[in-house]
Design a protein around this ligand. Structure first.
Ligand code: ATP
Ligand code: MG
Length: 544
């Protein structure tokens, strides 16, 4: 798969042509406060693929400037997910390793008269910064403190002589700016929490808008790619880089966020689902996280194909889940072995087949790819077919399955004809008695009659117990304040059926097709007595 062209690629091509940069350096900068999701996959793929296509490289940088929500567990998971997608960061950095430089840069701003301490409350500051209609108003600290006093206060902040919220450091830029981000943003605050990396070394922490451009510049990032919500922050980004006198001046370029239709993507909501135990963890197969998609059976190739096929737009876009589903179908249709599974079994007895006879057929795992090998399936008097493959009355003329008096082909075996239905006292169908025609054996070249379709089956003697986990959307309807109010209690359905013996040779995480049904993956909880599989996606023309 070649990385398709897009507007950022064009910008970088120009920059290279103009000899602005020799080596392209990008970074993926997650905050380790949750697992990565499919939206992050766009950011990862964009950063790594762009740098790669120009012979450059990409760093992974943990943007860990906010100690209260961050955790080592997320650091590990993020790394695992990036590697699973097939990317190896050139180096792994932590923003927190630059806290000393950032502190010194803040001092530089104070010395240049470009930063000041402010003892106003958080509400006062946010009110005084105005809004779209109202310009900002200067706080009384803006001009009343000397550079010396500001330096002293900032050092005392660092030494823990103030309480959280008592005082902050603000950049002195332009209270009249049309861009609210430029109206003297807070650049340092006091947080008395243990940081996952620097532990209790720091009491003051830089704000994202101050820290991020410095991190990029320190690492020599040439193109700082980020999602669209940072567009209005770009003037501040450039202001920080210039006024902190950074040698490198990275260029920030924004792209649209990728959102999946009807899918919870916000980390806050995902965390609530995990903490409430409504899902089994961040890697629950229903979660839109990379770890969840992996457990659900998605391949990295499918995720890449999906991200590539969405294109890279300058605007935020909502993509239908079908696009993601079609990417995994495309990938698995050529790679996955195909086997028989019966999710909702119906018993069939072949009345004219000898009681103690059993036939074996060697059949390929894939009709178009011999390299995927073959396995033995068996045929005998007692079979299972899918309940939906039988109908007492013919529902419509296009019905290509089994019904009384109709004949179908059992895939790889014989034609059978339904003769009689056996019901319980409530009228439920317990079993269908059929006859088979020995002349119609698959591969014999029989052509005197055409069957009314082909269905799949299992021989009861050889059927293995099967548990199928079937997933659907995590939430239904609109999410208001609390995601739990919209949680879909039916998002996991469990069905017990049967599968063919060959599945006992499949390993955990192996993906395969249940013929005429869908793609599945062997779950890590699967055993020989109960093969457990997760539904990845149904076939487009599923029998369900
Ligand atoms: P939060 O949900 O807490 O706002 P976030 O999704 O922005 O967090 P980060 O860890 O800050 O998470 O994101 C890392 C990078 O991934 C950022 O550069 C961000 O722009 C990008 N990113 C995050 N979500 C998406 C998305 N849906 N589509 C494209 N890029 C995204
Ligand atoms: Mg973010």
């Amino acid at each position: 798969m070649d990385y398709p062209s897009n507007f950022i690629k064009t910008i970088i091509e120009e920059d290279i042509k103009n000899k602005k940069y020799e080596t392209i350096v990008t970074r993926f900068p997650p905050e380790p406060n949750g697992f990565l999701h499919i939206g992050h996959a766009r950011a990862i793929i964009t950063n790594f693929e762009l740098a790669k296509s120009f012979g450059g490289y990409t760093y992974l940088r943990y943007d860990d400037t906010n100690p209260s929500k961050e955790d080592e567990i997320y650091v590990k998971a993020i790394e695992q997910d990036i590697r699973w997608l097939g990317y190896e960061p050139k180096s792994i950095f932590y923003a927190s390793n630059y806290f000393q430089i950032m502190f010194e840069k803040a001092i530089l701003l104070i010395e240049k008269g470009l930063a000041y301490a402010d003892f106003s409350t958080q509400e006062e500051i946010s009110r005084s910064r105005g809004d779209l209609h109202l310009k900002g108003i200067a706080s009384k600290y803006r001009s009343s403190l000397s550079i010396k006093e500001n330096l002293e206060i900032f050092n005392k902040m660092k030494d823990g002589l103030y309480n959280e919220g008592e005082v902050v450091l603000r950049a002195k830029i332009d209270l009249e700016s049309n861009n609210i981000n430029m109206r003297d943003p807070v650049i340092y605050r006091i947080v008395k929490a243990i940081h996952h990396n620097t532990k209790d070394k720091w009491i003051i922490y830089p704000m994202y808008d101050f820290a991020h451009p410095l991190e990029d510049a320190i690492e020599g990032i040439t193109h700082s790619l980020c999602s669209l919500e940072f567009e209005d922050h770009r003037p501040l980004y450039d202001w920080v880089v210039q006024n902190c006198e950074m040698k490198n001046e990275p260029r920030q370029i924004e792209f649209g966020r990728l959102t999946l239709e009807n899918t919870v993507m916000s980390k806050r909501h995902l965390r609530t689902l995990v903490e409430s135990k409504k899902v089994s963890g961040w890697d629950d197969p229903r979660m839109p996280t990379i770890a969840g998609l992996r457990r659900r059976g998605y391949t990295k190739e499918a995720i890449k194909e999906f991200v590539f096929s969405c294109g890279l737009s300058k605007v935020n876009g909502t993509i239908s889940v079908e696009m993601l589903e079609s990417a995994i179908r495309n990938d698995l249709s050529i790679k996955a072995r195909r086997v028989n599974g019966i999710i909702n079994p119906l018993k069939i007895t072949i009345t004219n087949y000898p009681d103690d006879q059993k036939e074996e057929f060697l059949v390929p795992y894939h009709p178009d790819d011999e390299a995927l090998g073959s396995r033995i399936i068996t045929f005998s008097k007692n079979l299972f077919i899918e309940r939906n493959d039988f109908s007492e009355v013919i529902p419509d003329p296009k019905f290509k399955r089994l019904s009384l008096g109709l004949e179908v082909r059992l895939m790889h075996a014989y034609f059978i004809k339904a003769e009689k239905i056996i019901k319980d006292i409530k009228g439920n169908i317990l079993e269908v008695l059929c006859t088979y025609d020995v002349e119609t054996k698959s591969g014999s070249g029989f052509s005197k009659r055409k069957p009314n379709g082909t269905i799949n089956f299992l021989s009861i003697d050889d059927a293995i117990n099967l548990r199928t986990n079937i997933y659907s959307k995590l939430v239904t309807g609109e999410i208001k304040e609390n995601v739990l109010d919209a949680f879909n209690e039916n998002s996991l359905q469990i069905k017990y059926g049967y599968c063919e013996k060959s599945l006992l040779n499949f390993k955990s995480e192996d993906k395969f097709q249940f013929i005429r049904n869908g793609y599945y993956v062997i779950d890590s909880t699967s055993t020989k007595d109960l093969v457990t599989v997760n539904e990845i996606v149904q076939l487009k023309s599923s029998i369900k």
